[in-house]
Design a protein around this ligand. Structure first.
Ligand code: SAM
Length: 274
């Protein structure tokens, strides 16, 4: 197991420091979870003041995650999921969705926040196909060297690498594109990459304002342009419909509202490694 050093900025905290907000716990507030502290609620409330739609956006993000995992497991035969920045356990988690389609599907959850592994182990129990580990994706070589991760990536079976709602917690100088590339090099051809990210909206100045609040209070929270988001998929083949507002990625019902800030502030897509 690699050395998991304390993170360099407050998007995770070593140990359970209740005085420093973490991305996992702030997101938990958005999803009406209970695994958060006053400091996390303060960041969440400051964010909601700027963008009241954030709770709905978090739900859209969970919904696309469920659709993508279900589609890949049921229709593409993917039985390996590497869920990076998986977050605290919530309503329906990746292993539950994947294993509903394929009971043998293997899932490894990775998160920088040690609270995730603490809670994750509790809900996983003795499930031999699912693991949860604490690691920092800013050091992809270390993540890839974790035995549970190696067991997923070191066969020729395609893997779904999930970067759902995590890359906006990496600053530009932490080279998120380079991290995606390093991961893409490590997985077999035919593997999938699933990415969602905060997206700057030209007609909604609150998208830029939210970045200011998150960077100052949480230390991360980059709101990226559509072009920056497309660039994460460089060298990969995007699946239709491409990088789109979350509710528009292969909706399973009628999308009643695709023009609001709630629908458009996060965009995402899925691509296949050639
Ligand atoms: N993937 C889940 C989802 O989309 O519903 C949770 C997303 S949550 C907004 C972002 C997660 O990324 C948090 O749990 C946070 O701890 C984790 N995270 C942030 N930076 C990370 C890093 N450098 N390495 C690993 N996890 C990280």
């Amino acid at each position: 197991m690699p050395d998991v050093r304390p993170p360099r900025n407050p998007n995770g905290s070593a140990g359970f420091d209740t005085g420093v907000p973490t991305a996992a716990r702030v997101y938990d507030v958005m999803l009406d979870g209970k695994d958060n502290y006053e400091i996390d609620r303060q960041v969440a409330h400051a964010s909601l003041e700027v963008m009241p739609e954030l709770k709905q956006i978090a739900v859209h993000n969970r919904d696309i995650l469920h659709r993508v995992v279900r589609h890949l497991a049921a229709d593409e035969g993917v039985d390996r999921f590497l869920d990076l920045g998986s977050g605290l356990p919530t309503g329906r988690n990746t292993h539950e969705v994947a294993q509903e389609a394929d009971p043998d599907a293997k899932v490894v959850y990775v998160d920088i926040d040690p609270l995730v592994a603490a809670h994750g182990e509790a809900i996983l129990g003795g499930d031999g196909n699912t693991a949860v580990v604490t690691a920092d994706i800013r050091r992809p070589a270390e993540v890839l060297a974790i035995p549970e991760v190696r067991a997923l990536t070191e066969s020729d079976r395609p893997v779904c690498v999930m970067l759902c709602g995590i890359l906006h917690h990496l600053l530009d100088e932490e080279d998120p594109r380079g991290i995606v590339s390093a991961l893409a090099e490590a997985v077999p051809s035919g593997s999938f990459f699933f990415i969602t990210n905060f997206t700057r909206l030209g007609d909604a100045p609150e998208s830029a304002e939210l970045e200011r609040v998150l960077l100052s209070q949480l230390g991360t929270g980059r709101v990226r342009t559509p072009a920056e988001l497309e660039a994460f998929f460089a060298g990969l083949d995007l699946l239709p419909p491409g990088v789109v507002p979350l509710p528009l990625w292969r909706p399973e019902g009628i999308v009643r509202d695709s023009t609001s800030v709630a629908a458009r502030f996060m965009t995402g897509g899925v691509a296949r490694k050639p």
